[in-house]
Design a protein around this ligand. Sequence first.
Ligand code: 4NP
Length: 191
Amino acid sequence: MADARPPLVGEAPAGASHEPPAGLPVPVRVLFVCLGNICRSPTAEGVMRALVREQGLERSVELESAGTGAWHVGGPPDARATHAARARGVALEGAARQVRVDDFINFDLLLAMDRENLRELRRLAPGEEERAKVRLLREFDPASAGAGDLDVPDPYYGEGDGFAAVFELVHAACEGLLEQLRDGSLAHQAQ
Ligand code: 4NP
């Protein structure tokens, strides 16, 4: 019988180009943002870190994550998120922190997991230039083009399945994000 297990993230063919992303500052700095910084945004950070490593772009892309809320500051990623990521070959690391105003200066892109995070980030942005750095992560998933709902649903109060679904949504979007960073199309949109 065929193996039904989804491929591990690190199993994709490397195809490493060691090319820095074109048109954006190098390193380009990306902050993933959700509500608690223990489920979705650490998953996005871990997935993107694994994809960046596969492509040999560690020196060109810098990644962090943060939450709009402060409830879990200092805490590790949620065990259910860690488990779902480990099942796909991705380690989640780091301690939760809250978004700070200087994040809008220090990062080139602030990627929200859902529309509530997006609204809160836009409210916190100190100016128009900084507000323009705020986007929804799933805008970068090519399969989501034209979709009305680009949220990564909050899995915190649900069952384990929600975490596996979050992983897949985040993974598809991060692959699209890396592709846009590499081909320079993201830089052109930002101009
Ligand atoms: P996250 O999930 O925003 O993906 O980290 C949540 C974590 C904690 C809570 C809500 C969402 N909370 O209400 O504590």
